[in-house]
Ligand binder design. Sequence first.
Ligand SMILES: C[S@@+](CC[C@H](N)C(=O)[O-])C[C@H]1O[C@@H](n2cnc3c(N)ncnc32)[C@H](O)[C@@H]1O
Length: 327
Amino acid sequence: MVVADLGCSSGSNTLRFVSEVIGIIARHCKELDRRHDRPPQLQFFLNDLPGNDFNNLFQLIEQFNKSTARKHKGEAESGALPPSYITGLPGSYYTRIFPSESVYLFHSLFCLQWRSQAPEQLKGTKKTCLDIYITKTMSPSMVKLFQQQFQKDFSLFLKLRYEELVSGGQMVLAFIGRKHEDVLTGESNHLYGLLAQSLKSLVDEGLVEKEKLESFYLPMYSPSVGEVEAIVKQVGLFNMNHVKVFETNWDPYDDSESDVVHNSIRSGENVAKCLRAVMEPLVASQFGEAILDKLFQEYARRVAKHLENEKTKHAVLVLSLKKPIHV
Ligand SMILES: C[S@@+](CC[C@H](N)C(=O)[O-])C[C@H]1O[C@@H](n2cnc3c(N)ncnc32)[C@H](O)[C@@H]1O
């Protein structure tokens, strides 16, 4: 079975998905008590953009293989542990990355909110410093360009994966979306709006050129369930098995369900570290590395202030799609 994780990154979370799949299949084979049948062989492909730190990832794989052998010693002895082979696959998932009908399961976590690029038509368009992502003051035609970019990217993604999946193959996709249909009131609008304000404060201090901020757009879009369902339906290639929205606190270290932020300064710093981990290469390529520390300190301060008034959460969309079996 070929299984692929799209947008895997190279940190300690990367191999969790692989570990889950191996564990599930080993348990399943143990339950079936396959004394004579051998478990399926698993080929994992870990995909990310070519700039991802694949060297680090390969070192993690080496340690992971050793710990998997220790963890599943019992299943290995009873012959239920599926042999697994893990490899890296650099390339954008907005292109073909597998031969036709070769993949059984695609997984992608926290990636599909990234667009393939900021909308082409926005290049050279005059905007205010604060409009790096959708804001309430942005012109409706500009908002539409962000939406259209998502529609274009997501339909392309579905068509490409359809080609690559075996008949009956499945995808589990989770990414940052929006709880409400109104495109102007998403939780991401706050998150990126505070980044825009922080960048603007560096413009006011003379540390960032105004023109650079005026031409900067985030290649992101957080869709609603309705938007995602409409595209899946329009593309018409997949059955939607399941779709759900859940919420997670902006501060990844705060797993309480209460509506109170206990330490807004610390939460502000945690959110800033998270956003920095995700955005640093993009911000550095537009504004240079010299501003990064100051920018994210300012951002942490603004997030802390925001969280004092309102504990904000990300809306995460999870969908499970199946390519119909052709008989
Ligand atoms: C927030 S990280 C998520 C990493 C990992 N899936 C996790 O949940 O810990 C998003 C990843 O998506 C990758 N990514 C963004 N656009 C991509 C594309 N077009 N093709 C492949 N990977 C992409 C980024 O390089 C980054 O590593």
